[in-house]
Design a protein around this ligand. Structure first.
Ligand code: SAM
Length: 323
């Protein structure tokens, strides 16, 4: 099957507006314990800081996953064929699809990301470097159902979700996300997912508490972003970064801890913090293969094949919509 859209590059903006953000932030800060959605880490600065994290010595995830692509490039190239549309959820720098594109030759690529400026910049660069590829960057919140660009409607779809971003969902929400993806990909749809594995908690905690303090800046950038977008009065210097492994849940939990008793103003609301009170900003669930295969099954996908590295630290799964 093939389509012949006339445009080789087009940007689609389906991003959330400020009123959605206001409601989510207010709801999270009024909850007990307080929480903020991790998607709001990612303004331009947050995207830049995340790229810096991927290069840190302690952050083994990106390096390990990139090396894993070498092991499975043949199978991935076969899964993509030469007429598919790859839909990447949370494409960031699009660094990983570049690796895949050295071997595979899909028809189109739809990078989906909430960070609009970064998405546009990275997608335009990718389009220049791979002139044979149709590129349709789509700014959208992938935690909500959204419509793919019209030019790819007739193409078979392959989902791509690297970086263990699936671990940022609570497990039941990950199942809901996979079911939405399934509807988007359609019958027989395939999906390549990168998932971090359980391991020595010291290795995990080091990855989220780097010596240079980049992860701390990334976590605190959430407050800068919310201040800029919603006019909140957070003083980021009055919060500290914290990340620790919750053994019972099997996840790294990231927090911002208030250094002092304080009040923050959000529109007509005042939000009070006691000294030491936390805002939960992100979970990063780690899955053993049996756990992830069972989760994918609940989401409607069978695991065709999976690969891991020599340390058994990270895994890549090729999933197919269950019949
Ligand atoms: C942890 S980074 C991973 C980037 C890249 N896929 C990788 O593997 O290195 C998460 C990416 O997803 C995007 N993102 C996070 N939450 C999102 C959401 N709810 N909807 C769309 N994009 C989101 C961020 O802007 C960021 O680029």
């Amino acid at each position: 099957m093939s389509s012949s859209p006339s445009v080789r590059y087009q940007f689609f903006d389906l991003g959330p507006d400020a009123s959605d953000m206001y409601q989510e932030v207010l709801g999270g800060l009024q909850a007990l314990p307080k929480r903020l959605p991790p998607k709001y880490f990612y303004d331009e600065e947050g995207s830049r800081l995340f790229e810096a994290i991927t290069r840190l010595p302690e952050y083994y995830l990106t390096r390990t996953e990139m090396n894993l692509f070498d092991r499975c490039e043949q199978s991935v190239a076969e899964a993509l064929g030469n007429d598919a549309c790859v839909v990447e959820y949370g494409s960031g720098s699009s660094q990983k699809i570049r690796k895949v594109l050295q071997r595979a030759r899909p028809e189109a690529y739809v990078p989906v990301d909430i960070s609009a400026e970064h998405l546009e910049l990275q997608s335009a660069a990718l389009s220049r470097d791979f002139p044979w590829l149709k590129v349709y960057p789509t700014c959208a919140d992938f935690t909500q159902p959204f419509k793919l660009p019209e030019p790819v409607s007739e193409l078979p779809k392959v989902g791509f979700f690297p970086g263990s971003s699936i671990g940022n969902f609570e497990p039941d929400s990950a199942v809901g996300f996979l079911r939405n993806v399934l509807r988007t990909l359609g019958p027989g749809g395939q999906m390549l997912v990168g998932v971090d594995r359980k391991k020595d908690p010291a290795v995990l905690e080091a990855a989220y508490n780097d010596a240079q303090g980049i992860t701390a800046r990334f976590n605190l950038n959430l407050l800068h972003h919310i201040n800029a977008q919603l006019g909140v009065s957070f003083d980021p210097n009055s919060f500290v970064h914290e990340a620790r492994y919750n053994e019972a849940l099997g996840c790294i939990q990231m927090f911002l801890r208030s250094r002092e008793t304080q009040t923050v103003v959000l529109g007509e609301y005042e939000i009070s913090f006691t000294e030491g009170e936390t805002i939960h900003t992100e979970s990063s669930y780690k899955y053993d293969p049996a756990e992830f295969i069972a989760l994918a099954r609940r989401g409607g996908f069978d695991t065709e094949v999976w690969w891991t590295d020599e340390n058994s630290w990270f895994a890549l799964y090729l999933l197919r919509a269950a019949p």
